[in-house]
Design a protein around this ligand. Structure first.
Ligand code: CO
Length: 645
C-alpha cells in the first residue's frame, strides 16, 4: 500500500513516537557528533558545516507504517581547517557507529555563521586594514562593520584550493546606527578561512562614505502616525489544526514539517484527505537554491552573487520569531535544531511559525431574483520562517487553502546592498545622497517532488492558441488550450510565456477523476524573469539552472540541489545542467519538477532605508485532481446563518 492509498487515521488518538522523516533532535545531533569525534579522531581543527537527518530511502518511507522499525541516521559534512579537506560521514544513531566516511575532493562546504564572526575579528585586528581605515580618516573600529561574503569563482589561478572570503565594509554613523547605509566602497579584505588569516587588503579607491546615517530603528524617530486603532485576532476555541510532533493536519490537509540548516522549511508527504482517502500530492518540497546576482561590473561589485541556500544556509540564518510582531493569531511554533561550526548543538527557538489567516472570500453567489446570497469565508494555513542574510530579510511562506490550492511566497525586505557614488549611476539607483543601490535579481529554485496519487507522474506544457478566423471561427473569437507532453529532460527545459497563458501541469496518467480526466496539479507562474548575466558569464556557469523556469528530472535520491551539493567557490556546470545532459525519459515516471522564479530589482528611493516588503512566488492549483470544487463543504460562517441571508 502506498501513501497515495493509505486510509485516513480517523481516530483522535495522537500518533506517538518519532517518524523516519523527523528532523534530528538535539540529542541525536550531539550523539552523531560524538560518534564521529570518537571514531575518526576529529580534533579541534575540524568544523561541522552541516549535521542533518540522513533522509531514509523514499521507497522505505512510502511503505512505512506506524510501529515499523526504522534506522535513524545523521549526515555530517566536516571540514578540516588544517588540511582543507572536506569529509562526508553517515552516523547510524540506531547502531551507534559511523557507517560511512568519505573524503570529497575539490569542494568547499557552506560558510558557517561563526566563521563570519571570526573573520570579522581578524580583519579588524589586522594592521593593513587599520592603515586603510586611517587613510579614510577612520579611527573608531567600533563603527566599522566587516561582512564576509562567499567569493564565487571567476577562474583566478591564485584562488584555487583556498577557502576564502572577500569582505564588504561599512561605517556606522554612531555605534547603534544602520551599518548598511554607509558602505566603505572599494575596501575589500580577503581572508583565508581555513587559516583564519588576512591574505590581503584590497583598496580599490577611496570613496567617502555617504553622509546620511540611514536610520530606521524606532529609537531614532521622534514622531509616529497616531491614528492606528487596535486590531485583534482572536481564536477563542483555539486553532483548527492538529499537530503531533512534526505531523500536521489542518482540515483536509495532511503533511509533515521538516527543517534543514540549508533549505529551512521542508515539506514532506503533503496529502489531501478526500472522501476518506489520503491522496498524496508532494513527497518532498523545498526551496533548494537561491542566487542573487548583482549587475555592477566594477571589481568590488561583480563578485556579489550570493547563493543564500547552498553557500549561506537560509535555515541556519533563520530568525527566532516573536508573537505579535512576526506572527499574529494562535501560533504553533517549531524550534530548529542545528549545530555551530564546532559541532555544538544550537537551537533556534520559534524558527517556524504556523497559523491560520482569514483570506477574504472563498466563493460567493447571489441569486438576485430570490434575494439569496451564499458566501463562504476563505481561510488559509500559513507555514513560514524568516531568514536574515546579511543586509536582506527573506520570509518564506507556504499557504494551504480550502480549495486544494498551495501557494509559495517569498517576502523580500531588509536593506538594499549599496555602493557609494556621487552622481548618476548606470548600474543602480541613487536611493539617498551618495548611496548607489545596485541593480540585482533574486532567483529562487523550488524542488518539487510530485507524487500525485502515486509516484508515476507526467508533466505537460499548456499553451493557449487562437483559432484562425475562417469557416470554423467566423467571428474570430475562438481560442483553445493545447497540452504537450514533456517526454525528456531536455524537452522539459522551458521558460514562461504569459501571452500564451502558459502553465505546466503535472498529472498521474493512470488515475482519472469522475470526468475521466487524469488527476493533476498545475504550476501557475507569478513574478518571474530571466537573468541578464551573459550565458558565458561565470555566474551563469555556476547557476545554470537560472536559464530556464522549468526543469523536470526523473527522481534520483542524490539529485537534491540544482547548482550542485557544494556551490561555494565551485567553478560550475553542476546540478541541473549536468544531470539533464543524459536526457532521461520523464513521462509516466517518478518526476521531480524544478520550478525557478525570478524577482527583478531595479531599486527605488522608496526601498530606502528599509525596503517595504516585496512579494514573489507561484501557485500550485488542482486541475482535475478533484471532480468538482473541493470547497463546497466549507460551512457558512455563523454570522452568515444569522444575518447574511
Ligand atoms: Co532585491
Amino acid at each position: 500500500m502506498t501513501l497515495a492509498h493509505a486510509a485516513v487515521n480517523q481516530s483522535s488518538q495522537p500518533i506517538v513516537g518519532s517518524h523516519p522523516l523527523d528532523p534530528l533532535t538535539a540529542d541525536e545531533i550531539a550523539t552523531a557528533v560524538a560518534l564521529v569525534r570518537a571514531e575518526r579522531q576529529v580534533g579541534d581543527h575540524f568544523r561541522f558545516p552541516s549535521v542533518v537527518l540522513h533522509e531514509p530511502a523514499k521507497a522505505f518511507v512510502l511503505s512505512y507504517r506506524l510501529g515499523d522499525a526504522f534506522e535513524r541516521e545523521a549526515f555530517l559534512v566536516l571540514l578540516d581547517n588544517e588540511t582543507g579537506n572536506t569529509y562526508e560521514a553517515i552516523a547510524s544513531l540506531t547502531q551507534g557507529k559511523v557507517t560511512s566516511w568519505l573524503q570529497i575532493p575539490g569542494v568547499q562546504p557552506n560558510i558557517m555563521a561563526d566563521e563570519l564572526v571570526e573573520c570579522e575579528a581578524v580583519v579588524k585586528a589586522h594592521p593593513a586594514f587599520r592603515d586603510a581605515l586611517a587613510k579614510r580618516g577612520i579611527t573608531d573600529l567600533n563603527l566599522v562593520m566587516v561582512d564576509p561574503w562567499a567569493p564565487g569563482n571567476f577562474g583566478f589561478a591564485d584562488e584555487v584550493g583556498i577557502r576564502f572570503s572577500r569582505c564588504l565594509c561599512y561605517l556606522r554613523a554612531t555605534p547603534n546606527s544602520n551599518a548598511y547605509a554607509r558602505p566603505l566602497d572599494g575596501l575589500v579584505p580577503v581572508v583565508d578561512l581555513n587559516k583564519m588569516a588576512v591574505i590581503r587588503i584590497e583598496d580599490l579607491g577611496t570613496m567617502p562614505p555617504p553622509p546620511e546615517p540611514g536610520e530606521y530603528e524606532a529609537q531614532f524617530r521622534s514622531e509616529f502616525r497616531t491614528d492606528i486603532k487596535p486590531l485583534h485576532i482572536t481564536q477563542p476555541e483555539g486553532p483548527s489544526f492538529d499537530v503531533d510532533g512534526h505531523h500536521v493536519r489542518w482540515q483536509k490537509w495532511n503533511f509533515r514539517i521538516g527543517f534543514t540548516p540549508r533549505e529551512g522549511v521542508v515539506l514532506h508527504t503533503v496529502g489531501y484527505e478526500d472522501e476518506g482517502q489520503l491522496r498524496s500530492i508532494l513527497y518532498r518540497a523545498s526551496m533548494a537554491e537561491m542566487v542573487v546576482p548583482y549587475g555592477d561590473p566594477r571589481p568590488q561589485h561583480y563578485r556579489k552573487n550570493a547563493f543564500d541556500v547552498g553557500e549561506h544556509g537560509v535555515g541556519m540564518l533563520a530568525n527566532s520569531l516573536k508573537l505579535g510582531c512576526d506572527c499574529l493569531g494562535h501560533i504553533h511554533y517549531f524550534d530548529a535544531h542545528l549545530t555551530n561550526s564546532r559541532g555544538e548543538v544550537s537551537v533556534i527557538e520559534n524558527a517556524i511559525c504556523m497559523h491560520e489567516e482569514d483570506y477574504g472570500i472563498l466563493w460567493k453567489h447571489t441569486d438576485w431574483r430570490r434575494d439569496s446570497a451564499e458566501v463562504r469565508r476563505s481561510r488559509r494555513l500559513v507555514v513560514s520562517f524568516i531568514s536574515t542574510v546579511d543586509n536582506y530579510e527573506y520570509g518564506f511562506f507556504w499557504y494551504f487553502y480550502q480549495d486544494g490550492t498551495i501557494q509559495y511566497e517569498i517576502k523580500l525586505t531588509g536593506i538594499l546592498l549599496c555602493g557609494s557614488l556621487a552622481g548618476s549611476p548606470k548600474y543602480g539607483t541613487v536611493v539617498a545622497p551618495e548611496v548607489n543601490a545596485i541593480n540585482h535579481q533574486h532567483f529562487f529554485c523550488m524542488r518539487l517532488d510530485f507524487d500525485l496519487d502515486g509516484s508515476a507522474n507526467s508533466v505537460y506544457e499548456v499553451n493557449t492558441e487562437a483559432e484562425p478566423m475562417g469557416p470554423d471561427n467566423p467571428m474570430g473569437n475562438a481560442f483553445y488550450a493545447v497540452s504537450s507532453l514533456l517526454q525528456t529532460e531536455q524537452a522539459a527545459q522551458r521558460i514562461v510565456d504569459p501571452l500564451a497563458g502558459r502553465y505546466w501541469k503535472v498529472v498521474n496518467p493512470t488515475v482519472q477523476n469522475r470526468l475521466g480526466q487524469p488527476v493533476g496539479f498545475k504550476i501557475i507562474p507569478g513574478d518571474t524573469i530571466l537573468p541578464f548575466a551573459h550565458p558565458d558569464s561565470p555566474i551563469m556557469k555556476r547557476a545554470g539552472f537560472m536559464a530556464k523556469h522549468l526543469w523536470v528530472t526523473p527522481y534520483a535520491a542524490d539529485e537534491q540541489y540544482p547548482a550542485g551539493k557544494y556551490p561555494n567557490q565551485n567553478p560550475g556546470d553542476q546540478g541541473l545542467p549536468q544531470w539533464t545532459q543524459a536526457n532521461r525519459a520523464i513521462a509516466n515516471t517518478d518526476v521531480v519538477v524544478w520550478y525557478n522564479f525570478g524577482h527583478h530589482h531595479i531599486p527605488r528611493p522608496e526601498d530606502w532605508p528599509v525596503m517595504p516588503t516585496a512579494y514573489s512566488g507561484f501557485i500550485l492549483k488542482p486541475v482535475g485532481f478533484f471532480g468538482a470544487s473541493p470547497a463546497m463543504d466549507v460551512p457558512p460562517s455563523p454570522r452568515q446563518q444569522a444575518s447574511c441571508h
